[in-house]
Design a binder for this molecule. Structure first.
Ligand SMILES: C[S@@+](CC[C@H](N)C(=O)[O-])C[C@H]1O[C@@H](n2cnc3c(N)ncnc32)[C@H](O)[C@@H]1O
Length: 245
């Protein structure tokens, strides 16, 4: 078991060399993730409090608020695919945004997966207050971990906003290098609005969507890099890795 405080980039790599038959880097990272989030920040809790808030606010019929999560292996595959598509992507630190960030767990996964892609900024935007508050807790835990660590390897500016992804005065996410959208339950109208904003992004921006691709919407501004079928909290989902042209 890793100790959070003593875990560093070098500790992680050490484990690969010394115990390579026992644990992979990803297994070590998942263990670190579980230690960091603790027992109060689980997927089951996020799903429950999301449902409670939707019941209390009479919004159970709003399908786009349905809760589900990406997984660590999913995030790893996405980042590895991006790197294999653009071998120069890691030449400078990048930024990542999660549109509809839920409990913040997926954003924390991105912070830990800096063994693959280095991020200066990892940002989440979430509309439900209860989930947003979970993500603030995750940010506190991540910041405390970094403060206690002697190695800044995992550090990045992790931040969360409470509000709508369509309110760009709250946070303009269009300048991020990777735009991650767990969009399985998002409505067509939402996807069309997201697409309008994607048009403003830089060439080379990666856009990840779930279940529905954006790359074929006209006018075509995205290329399909890869389609993957990967594990999520609700089973397998089709993941579309697209790139702004
Ligand atoms: C399927 S969950 C994804 C959680 C996380 N991104 C992940 O992949 O693990 C989708 C999230 O989007 C949020 N959401 C839906 N519409 C939103 C909007 N307009 N602005 C911000 N968040 C929104 C929901 O409340 C929900 O937490």
């Amino acid at each position: 078991m890793l100790s959070i405080v003593s875990t560093t980039k070098f500790a992680v790599y050490d484990l690969v060399h010394k115990n390579c038959t026992k644990k992979t880097v990803i297994e070590e990272l998942i263990e670190l993730f579980d230690e960091m989030v603790g027992e109060t920040n689980t997927y089951a809790i996020a799903r429950t409090i999301s449902r409670q808030e939707r019941e209390e606010t009479d919004s159970l019929d709003k399908g786009y608020l349905t809760y589900g999560e990406a997984s660590f292996p999913l995030m790893k595959s996405v980042f590895e695919t991006i790197l294999s598509d653009d071998v120069l992507f890691n030449q400078k630190p990048r930024s990542f945004v999660d549109l509809g960030s839920g409990s913040g767990r997926t954003s924390l996964m991105a912070c830990l997966l800096q063994t693959i892609i280095k991020f200066t900024d990892v940002t989440g935007i979430e509309i439900l207050d209860s989930l947003y508050r979970m993500s603030v807790d995750i940010k506190d835990r991540f910041d405390n971990f970094n403060r206690a660590s002697t190695d800044p390897f995992f550090s990045s500016n992790l931040k969360f906003f409470k509000g709508s992804i369509f309110d760009l005065t709250l946070y303009d996410w269009t300048s991020n290098d990777i735009i991650f959208i767990n969009s399985t339950c998002f409505s067509d109208e939402m996807m069309t609005k997201i697409y309008e904003h994607i048009k403003q992004t830089r060439r080379g921006t990666y856009v990840i969507t779930f279940t529905f691709p954006l790359y074929s919407i006209k006018p075509i501004v995205l290329d399909l890099v890869r389609e993957l079928r990967l594990e999520t909290s609700w089973g397998q989902a089709d993941i579309f890795i697209q790139k702004k042209i």
